[in-house]
Ligand binder design. Structure first.
Ligand code: NAP
Length: 303
């Protein structure tokens, strides 16, 4: 039996693993894909205090290695079921069943789709949710990035380095992303902001050849002749698995305050999958520490 089972090996989960292991507790991290979570695809992290610039991959790899060196066990196994038993939590994957005295949910969130007709079938044919992964396919071409947050701005900056033209389509005229990133983009000749505009239609039969957008203020429609559409409109949590275990809010986030405690004793939540206002790398790492120390306290209290 592990003291703490952590579900998710992103920034929050791995930070929790570091803190739990350093506190002398046995920690198992279960992850369905690869370690790192969302940040692994970010080309440049420039807002993590103490680190001026690092790639998301290097950042995530550092966390992963640190967690393992501290003694945490990390397994790439997707969790299929979580149950509360009398004295522990039972977590099942396809390959095994694990018991934990406490649980930390750190499942993050996944890419939000635009919800356009044919969006799904055009994935890999011009629709992408990851500029770092797919950007190279669009070298010298025109592309659109949808969204107004940090991801959209970073994606646009990355793509502008080798695409012919990058449109940033945002539904408002104010951006959530960092002003410094926006200013850098505005200074680029091959970047055009298409503001107050929503995406309405994907053009193209076999592959994407355009995007129809509508200005929400004027009602005017415009077709952007692009062969790539990079969707960067935020994330949605994937907490279905926990809906009978802990309270979720109407958007599916695990309800918890800054103490990372959920509605169920012994279950804690860290990072982007919990109810919170600011979702940043720093807050994910911070949640990991808070949740791990709370879980340690809980484990000590029951034995
Ligand atoms: P985000 O900050 O939630 O931004 C999502 C953007 O998409 C918003 O501009 C939003 O518009 C727009 N949007 C949402 N739903 C939409 C829809 N259905 N149609 C059109 N537009 C829609 O998401 P994010 O950029 O992925 O960032 C997630 C978190 O990670 C943020 O806290 C961000 O700061 C952080 N992050 C940090 C770094 C870094 O530290 N280097 C890098 C990437 C991300 P509205 O503004 O109108 O709501």
């Amino acid at each position: 039996m592990y003291d703490i089972i952590i579900i998710g090996a992103g920034t929050a989960g791995l930070s929790a693993a570091i803190y739990a292991s350093r506190a002398g507790k046995t920690a198992l991290v279960l992850e369905s894909k690869a370690y790192g979570g969302q940040i692994i695809n970010t080309p440049d992290v420039e807002n993590y205090p103490g680190i001026k610039n690092i790639s998301g991959f290097d950042f995530a790899t550092g966390l992963y290695e640190q967690a393992k060196e501290c003694g945490a066990v990390v397994k790439i196994q997707g969790v299929l079921d979580v149950k509360k038993e009398a004295s522990c939590f039972v977590v099942s994957t396809k390959r095994n069943t694990y018991e934990g005295r406490s649980l930390i949910i750190a499942t993050g969130a996944s890419n939000r789709p635009l919800g356009l007709e044919r969006e799904k079938e055009m994935i890999g044919k011009g629709i992408s949710y990851c500029a770092t992964c797919d950007g190279a396919f669009f070298k010298g071409k025109d592309v659109a990035v949808i969204g107004g947050g940090n991801t959209a701005l970073e994606d646009a900056g990355f793509l502008s380095n080798y695409c012919n033209k990058v449109y940033i389509v945002h539904r408002r005229d104010a951006f959530r992303g960092e002003p410094s990133s926006l200013e850098r983009l505005k200074a680029k000749e091959n970047v055009e902001l298409v503001l107050d505009s929503v995406s309405e239609k994907i053009i193209g039969d076999e592959t994407v050849s355009g995007l129809e957008v509508k200005n929400v203020k004027t009602g005017e429609k415009r077709i952007l002749d692009v062969s790539g559409i990079f969707v960067a409109i935020g994330q949605v949590p994937q907490n279905e698995l926990f809906k009978d275990l802990v309270t979720l809010d109407s958007s599916g986030y695990v309800v918890a305050g800054e103490d990372c405690r959920t509605s169920m004793d012994g279950v804690f939540v860290a990072g982007d999958c919990r109810t919170k206002k600011v979702r940043q790398l720093t807050t994910a790492a911070s949640d990991g520490a808070v949740a791990a120390l709370a879980a340690c306290e809980y484990v000590d209290s029951i034995f």
